[in-house]
Design a protein around this ligand. Structure first.
Ligand SMILES: [Zn+2]
Length: 382
């Protein structure tokens, strides 16, 4: 297909990335999404790459299951939310917030980018689900129950040795079952990404509405606990949901060991060995890190966009075109060579077209599927 034709198709599509993280100081002068930044996603790079919409994430790392831990997590979630809010309030002429699928279409039709909100890790809710409605009112449209490490709601696909987790998935807790009901009632999509296999299947079974995986790959293509095996994909699809394949190097394929080692050495040298260190780092240190990381990746064989699309192909083969979508996990560790930021979003469309997908298929992968699920979940609320 000619480049012009592919670009014309890409421009007609409503493209949604279902998982975009935000760095420390997001939407302050330290990291202003109104201009090009070191981040993989900002408003100009979304425009440049033809990425129309994104779920921006209220993310919290997993800490101890006690009052102090919950309080700290609640503050961290608040900080993330405030950053997203600052972006939406700061650039109302360039990006509009969407709470419903009608909003998504209306904002896109107005020529603006579309901002949606998801919550990654329900940990900050504490030992109650009372705040689910508050977060839904603030615009949160999906909640991933866990992150790395088990929590009060259930097991993670990646138990945390630092937190003393057992390497065992005991399923949803009583509180986890309450969270399923609270999400259903509030019209919030339940997200099985990061959740342990048994915990996820129990949530899916209990949920009266379809569920999603907001950013996970296909385990049959690359065996990693963060990915979904065929039975999990089929369970999600069978319940009417959607699995968003994630372009995250180390879940897509084997990262070159020499590149991994060089990156580790870089982080050690810059004192960036933990999520907390990244949150506290100065803008100039983060700039330095970003520049050197790019150099390291360029100097070694990288996991590619073609490998990522292999996951999409597999998922489509197993569950059909109506149950698969796309996620970058940008600014949260995501990216592959060829789709390493919002500015390269067209490359995904071109690769899918080269593999024989039609425009109507692309419309589903890029947005229609997730919007269908979002709509169904909201219509089943209450
Ligand atoms: Zn994640």
């Amino acid at each position: 297909m000619l480049e012009d034709e592919a670009r014309a198709i890409h421009d007609r599509l409503l493209t949604i990335d279902t998982h975009i993280d935000t760095g420390a100081g997001f939407a302050t002068p330290a990291l202003d999404p109104g201009g090009f930044t070191r981040a993989q996603v900002d408003l100009p790079s979304m425009r440049a790459g033809g990425l129309d919409a994104g779920f921006f994430i209220v993310y919290t790392g997993q800490g101890p299951l006690n009052e102090a831990g919950y309080a700290e997590a609640s503050q961290a979630a608040e900080d993330k939310y405030r950053g997203i809010e600052r972006m939406l309030r700061g650039y109302p002429e360039r990006i509009g917030m969407a709470r419903t699928t009608d909003d998504v279409r209306a904002v896109a039709a107005s020529g603006r980018l579309v901002g949606l909100i998801g919550m990654e890790n329900a940990y900050p809710l504490g030992e109650s689900v009372a705040d689910v409605q508050m977060w839904a009112d603030r615009g949160v449209r999906y909640i991933s129950f866990t992150h790395f490490g088990h929590n009060q709601f259930g097991a993670s696909s990646n138990p945390s040795t630092a937190n003393g987790d057992q390497n065992h998935d005991a399923g949803l807790s009583e509180l986890g079952r309450a969270l399923v009901r609270a999400c259903n009632d509030a019209g919030v999509m339940i997200d099985l990404s990061h959740v342990g296999r048994r915990t996820g299947l129990e949530a899916l079974e209990l949920s009266r509405a379809p569920v999603i995986a907001s950013h996970s790959g296909a385990r049959a293509v690359y065996d990693n606990p963060r990915n979904l095996d065929d039975a999990q994909l089929q369970a999600i699809a069978g319940a009417g949901g959607v699995a968003q394949m994630v372009a995250f190097r180390s879940y897509v394929g084997d990262v070159d060991p020499a590149a991994g080692k060089a990156l580790m050495a870089l982080r050690t040298r810059l004192g960036l060995n933990s999520g907390a260190a990244f949150q506290k780092a100065s803008p100039s240190l983060l700039d330095e890190y970003a520049v050197e990381r790019t150099q390291i990746r360029a100097a070694h064989p990288d996991v590619t966009l073609a490998q990522f699309v292999d996951h999409v192909d597999h998922a489509v083969k197993v569950v059909g075109i109506d149950h698969v979508g796309l996620a970058g996990d940008f600014d949260g560790g995501g990216g592959v060579q060829g789709w390493d930021g919002a500015d390269e979003t067209f490359n995904v469309t071109r690769e899918l077209l080269n593999r024989g997908y039609e425009e109507a298929d692309l419309a589903k992968l890029w947005g229609k599927n997730i919007l269908r699920v979002m709509d169904t979940v909201q219509s089943m609320a209450g």
